[in-house]
Design a protein around this ligand. Structure first.
Ligand SMILES: [Zn+2]
Length: 106
């Protein structure tokens, strides 16, 4: 399972995930938080010392990785968020040659 998650994170890093969710304008170090009605730029994504993507909302939504973000954004369980993330990244068993584009402009 952890291998799948690591693979999914390689295929769909945080900025690409935000683009896929229509939140590409939040994929930066300082942006309005998509998790609450933000009047300030409380939201940030960054790479930690291990080179892993993390988000942080300084207003208190929380912090974590791509899966935690999906969990908070969609108000789903961690298990559901993990499944969703793996599906979005296409990291599980390949289906009929679908290739997942992680760098689409839209
Ligand atoms: Zn927030």
């Amino acid at each position: 399972m952890n291998e799948h998650i690591a693979e999914a994170k390689r295929k769909l890093p945080f900025p690409a995930l935000l683009h896929r969710l229509g939140l590409g304008d939040r994929a930066k170090k300082s942006a309005p938080c998509p998790l609450h009605d933000d009047q300030h730029n409380s939201f940030s994504i960054y790479k930690n010392q291990k080179g892993e993507w993390r988000f942080n909302c300084f207003a208190g939504c929380g912090q974590g990785d791509e899966i935690t973000f999906l969990e908070l954004l969609k108000a789903i369980s961690n298990k559901q968020a993990t499944k969703l993330f793996l599906d979005m990244a296409g990291a599980r068993a390949q289906r009929g040659g679908h290739s997942i584009c992680t760098g689409c402009p839209k």
